[in-house]
Ligand binder design. Structure first.
Ligand code: FAD
Length: 465
């Protein structure tokens, strides 16, 4: 007799993530999205069409076996589901919360052609939260070789996971005192609780990965010195943490921040708890955040939590916003206003040097530019002023330059490290990936790069290159 599992119900409505109500959210930094209940997770899992040729797996940069982890969830086997995910992705709790799934698996979901796609990210998160962490103890025999990974963002974390499973002794060198890269200093705890990040990093530690914090490669030690210490290869995953400036008059006024500084002060230095934390952040009655990506949403939502009337100023239209769709919705629910088709021209201050007004100009959209998005064109004579006490510029980042400056032989292009199709830089046995190669990107693409680099390192060392 053929086995029949629980019925699939693809026409059922997509389950909505339970959320804390917007009013109470802005009172603190507890997690906003509460995650599916058990019943919801199973109902959502049953929406999966169980495609013969599932496009979602191909579309996921890590090729997680989405079809079979969902099948296990339908059977109620959550540990099995987590095991399937962990074969490809050791950070399901993180990715289930922050992956921009609408660009990858959920975009490819067949169900999405007529109805809403299966909520793959939310199911991944449920599996991670519900099932006990299974440790994925696929430990390999030590092969006696050491690999150094520079930076502790998602690119290096997954490279460490893959390398340690191949028997390498792995050390991650991180400039900051906290591990996780943007996951720690950029993404706020109300989107990614730090205990989730810590748990998933602790799994790596338990597998034998060593972490060396407060260590800047290019200052504390050079790449050459790492090789002298006995490392056979190095992976550079130093990210894109150098903020772009608006380059307008008044940018140095008090109360004007880059998103990078603003978010680091809050997420990492706990400026919201000043004076206990020792690090202040100046947020007045009215905050303007310039930009339309994830950093802009995160900064604006923090400003709301600090009691400020907050507006996001974006030079293109709503359709061009680059943030995760979910975060745009959350920001709006929390009272963040949006001003589209406008850009800052200059900032004006008072006699104390504090910002008081922003002069803006209206824009219209023209032909697509090199990014493929319609180019914003200023409308002459449309300038207007708005009162403001805090300004956050969230208009993009470039790669962190320290290591590149200290290593002039490393070929770069506009600050981004250049790699060949094996992920190798211009230096032998030095590989790179993630935002330092791509510029600002996404967590899952950084992880795909880290995985590819781990493969390439293994191949190069095996072949004695
Ligand atoms: P990073 O995460 O940037 O980590 C690099 C690490 O290297 C840092 O910890 C840095 O301190 C360290 N480092 C730098 N130089 C040195 C050195 N010389 N020596 C030692 N260590 C060094 N993507 C999503 O998919 N979903 C989201 O919701 C999302 N939200 C975001 C929110 C914000 C505020 C930002 C800024 C980005 C967001 N992104 C999001 C993008 C995503 O976080 C990045 O693409 C991803 O983190 C890049 O990973 P990475 O490993 O390349 O580098």
């Amino acid at each position: 007799m053929p086995q029949t599992g629980p019925k699939r119900t693809p026409k059922a409505p997509r389950q909505e993530l339970p959320l804390r109500d917007p009013q109470s959210r802005t009172q603190g930094c507890g997690e906003v999205s509460l995650g599916f209940t058990l019943k919801q997770a199973q109902m959502e899992a049953r929406r999966c069409l169980d495609c013969k040729d599932p496009k979602c797996i191909e579309a996921c940069p890590l090729h997680i076996d989405i079809k079979s982890f969902i099948a296990r969830m339908i059977e109620g086997d959550f540990e099995g589901a987590l095991e399937r995910i962990s074969e490809q992705n050791p950070f399901p709790g993180v990715c289930g919360r922050v992956c921009q799934c609408e660009l990858y698996c959920e975009k490819a979901c067949l169900l999405g052609r007529k109805l809403k796609p299966v909520a793959v990210g939310a199911l991944e998160r449920f599996a991670a939260d519900y099932a006990s962490q299974c440790g994925n103890g696929l430990h390999a025999e030590p092969n006696g070789r050491k690999v150094a990974l520079v930076g502790s963002g998602p690119a290096s974390l997954i490279a460490a996971y893959d390398l340690v499973r191949k028997g390498y002794q792995v050390t991650i060198f991180e400039a900051l005192h906290e591990l996780g890269g943007v996951l720690a200093y950029g993404i706020p705890p109300f989107r990614l609780p730090r205990e989730i990040l810590r748990q998933e990093i602790d799994r790596l530690r338990a597998m034998g990965v060593e972490f060396c914090n407060n260590f800047i490669v290019g200052k504390t030690a050079s790449l050459d010195e790492l090789f002298e210490e006995g490392y056979s290869a190095v992976f550079v995953g130093t990210g894109a943490g150098l903020p772009h400036l608006m380059k307008i008059p008044g940018e140095n006024l008090i109360g004007v921040y880059t998103a990078n500084e603003f978010l680091t002060r809050l997420n990492l230095m706990r400026a919201y708890d000043f004076p206990h934390s020792g690090t202040p952040v100046r947020v007045g009655k009215r905050t303007l955040v310039v930009g339309g990506g994830n950093s802009a949403m995160d900064a604006a939502r923090w400003a709301r939590r600090l009691g400020s009337e907050t507006t996001i100023l974006f030079r293109r239209g709503r359709a061009e916003l680059r943030a995760r769709l979910e975060e745009i919705d959350r920001a709006e629910e929390e009272g963040v206003h949006f001003e589209f088709l406008a850009a800052p021209v200059r900032l004006l201050g008072d006699e104390t040097g504090a910002v008081r007004e922003m002069e803006c100009i209206r824009m219209r959209l023209g032909e697509p530019d090199e990014t493929g998005r319609p180019s914003p064109i200023p409308i002459p004579g449309s300038e207007y002023r708005v009162p403001v006490d805090t300004v956050v510029a969230a208009i993009g980042q470039s790669p962190n330059p320290t290591l590149q400056r200290a290593t002039p032989q490393l070929i770069t292009n506009r600050g981004k490290i250049v790699i060949d199709d094996r992920g190798q830089t211009s230096l032998p046995r030095v590989f790179a990936g993630g935002d330092v190669v791509r510029g600002g990107s996404t967590v899952i693409l950084a992880m795909r790069d880290g995985r590819a680099a781990a493969e390439a390192i293994d191949r190069a060392l095996q072949e004695g290159r």
